[in-house]
Design a protein around this ligand. Structure first.
Ligand SMILES: [Ca+2]
Ligand SMILES: [Ca+2]
Length: 81
């Protein structure tokens, strides 16, 4: 994937997670996203799952995930493969 494709992909994903379109992903929105993924696998989302996802995504620990934080993680997870 080229840099531009990664950004486009991350942007689309961010828009999908950011349900209220306020430019950040909060804990509730993370939970919603996880639940959708879990549902597809017939699994349940626990508080620990949400907490772990927040820890991974919210790198400055201010309780919300900004576009930059999200992009960094998407970039990292794509380029590591
Ligand atoms: Ca939001
Ligand atoms: Ca943050």
């Amino acid at each position: 994937m080229s840099e531009a494709q990664i950004i486009e992909f991350a942007n689309a994903l961010f828009e999908e997670f950011d349900k209220d379109k306020n430019g950040t992903i909060d804990r509730k929105e993370v939970r919603g996203a996880l639940e959708r993924i879990a549902e597809a696998n017939g699994a349940k989302v626990s508080e620990e799952d949400v907490a772990q996802a927040m820890k991974d995504l919210d790198t400055n620990s201010d309780g919300v995930i900004t576009r930059d934080e999200f992009f960094n993680l998407v970039k990292l997870s794509i380029t590591e493969q």
